[in-house]
Design a protein around this ligand. Sequence first.
Ligand code: FES
Length: 104
Amino acid sequence: MNVVAEALVEAIAPNTTLNAVIVLIDGRAVAVPVGSTVIAAIAHAHATVLTRTSVSGLPRGPVCGMGICQECRVTIDGRAHQLSCQTLCQPGMDVRTAASEAHR
Ligand code: FES
């Protein structure tokens, strides 16, 4: 976790309960209940659940929620193509969606 990410996590930590985990979604610290999937944290962080874009640039998002469609792929801690519907949030996890890729 970089310095900015650590500061974001520390800033939000006092506002969480013991049963929450803090993750970074496109650089934004989000507290979600322990046991939440990454896609749940993304839904909590963004008004629209956008995980990736098609070749033509159209928005794509989760379809099945059970590891079949592959539409929920995101980058987690630098590892691309991770299924956000099948991955549980871990403290300090750095998640990047197509939303952050569009702003690079
Ligand atoms: S939503 Fe279909 S694989 Fe994750």
